[in-house]
Design a protein around this ligand. Sequence first.
Ligand code: WTA
Length: 650
Amino acid sequence: MADGTPTPPREASTFAPDPVFASNAVATRDLADRAHADRSAFWAEQADACVTWGRRPTETLDWSDPPFARWFADGTLNVAYNCLDRHVEAGHGERVALLWEGEPGDARAVTYAELTADVKRAANLLSSLGVGPGDRVVVYLPQIPEAVVAMLAVARLGAVHSVVFGGFSAESLRARIDDAEATLVITADGGWRKGSVSPLKPAVDAALALGGRSTVENVLVIRRGENAVDWVEGRDLWWHEALEGVEAEHTAEMFEAEHPLFILYTSGTTGRPKGILHTSGGYLTQVAYTHRNVFDLRPETDVYWCTADVGWITGHSYVVYGPLANGATQVLYEGTPDSPGPGRWWDLVEKYGVTILYTAPTAIRGFMKAGREIPQARDLTSLRLLGSVGEPINPEAWLWYREVIGSGTTPIVDTWWQTETGAMMISPLPGVTTTKPGAAQTPVPGIVVDVVDDQGVPVADGESGLLVVTEPWPSMLRGIWGDRDRYVETYWGRFGDRYFAGDGARRDDDGDIWLLGRVDDVMNVSGHRLSTAEIESALVSNPLVAESAVVGAADETTGQAVVAFVVLRDKKRRSVTPEEAVARLRAHVADRIGAIARPRTIVLVDELPKTRSGKIMRRLLRDVAEGREVGDTTTLADSAVMGVITAEMR
Ligand code: WTA
């Protein structure tokens, strides 16, 4: 400015909605006003707008037995029918549902009519294998159209799917199979990743061969990788062979709104993953509502692409249920972003004319590092809206995303939510909100949140606190599979009547919410949730290890990275070199949990910093791992230990 006054940073870095975009946006200011005026009526209205009910619900929320909510409880629906048949019946059978592309470049477009037919036949097959309402089916697949078919076929029968991400190890898979007592596993021979076939069926074989009888009766195997596989006669069936001659017609039965839809395991603060349970009517309502309003979806013209794997909640809600309930056309891609070259995603955007792209900050930072020339060599002008999810997006990445990927014009929606919340909870509305790089900003209409201190008292704007959700919401988890008490304790134990999310947050002077990361022992690595306790118990299960402490340390690309401090057993220490020990332990964690959990860094130490009562002070280890001055060590039993560890890090 002429008088030398610096431009206030807030104004410099906010983006008001484009007037043209705003003038015909799907979500207008009126949406929030209606939700504010009467929340219950608002959700009833959304349930009507988003779902085709068998029996229309007359009740909205039953909160008579908190924290166990029942939404639209007297309504009935079939979730798969809502994602498929109803679009065909409405005359959209020829619309493409999936624009699938395999990593090697093979491609397939699947219309709504075709997807509906595939799901009907698959439902008949599953039912002939004895799968009925309430039964659990584990899905362990690459990102292929059959993954969507399998999930919807399970849902169509009123059975419950538990999708396990293909990167999880045999042991993690078995733990999930056992916890859910699944009777069927749907897998593939293998899928394409980073230029070669990554086998899946062997992990299922290994999982089922682990100690103790499993509940699994059959394994259905989809042919994708063409890799050789072992076969257990009587148990294993090829998907394509089993489907031969199966009846094509299938009438969708209606189930109650609170009928279970899926279990999805996620990391908590203990070593044991939690089976998050979601049900049907409320879940479908909120995923469809948010998908339409937050992404400004025009199902007739948009080409939507969410890059998440179906093994994560984002894949459930914003690859399968939200987009398909809305009759959207979407890209589904099997492989990694850099195969065969670093421009693969941008080739796909150009090839399919993607208009809405939803991805994670870690991917964006990876592309920033690789250089803007790569996306800039492609035509990305079809993009009209960008979304972010999975961890806080740093303002630099946000600005790069808008400028380089979004031609400097697209709105960005930074969406905060969790496996437990089922659907988006905090996000700008693209035609309404003046966006701020780095902030998720406002609860979506119908959602009420607060930022409170340890005692549950709301904190003033500008102060950091804990994020809570103050009112029940339609897509909220209904519990932890088989563990009622853990649900009550984990999410409601702290503040009683409010849901504790496990995230820190702050409101700025405008009342906008900034997420500050997890406040518990959950890490967020490349947008994937990992538990420090789970990795620690994997490490100590190795005979080399006496003790370990794991922390999530800030990492430029992956957000956080796994750093493990390990004390080796005295006797073993002499038999291996430190390099060997580190290599073996990294491989051991990948084997026990999955490659995503493999520590970036393992530091061998003589001792861990502990309080006099024996509690490991992870806070201090995080300081070391992030190269900071070590904080207050006065409560340590042995105050010299941190000096030694710091020296060992160098
Ligand atoms: C984090 C992924 C900041 C947060 C959908 C949350 C975010 C955890 C955001 C849930 C965001 C997700 N800004 N942090 N936009 N989105 N998170 O269960 O810590 O895999 O608690 O669900 O990711 O991870 P989950």
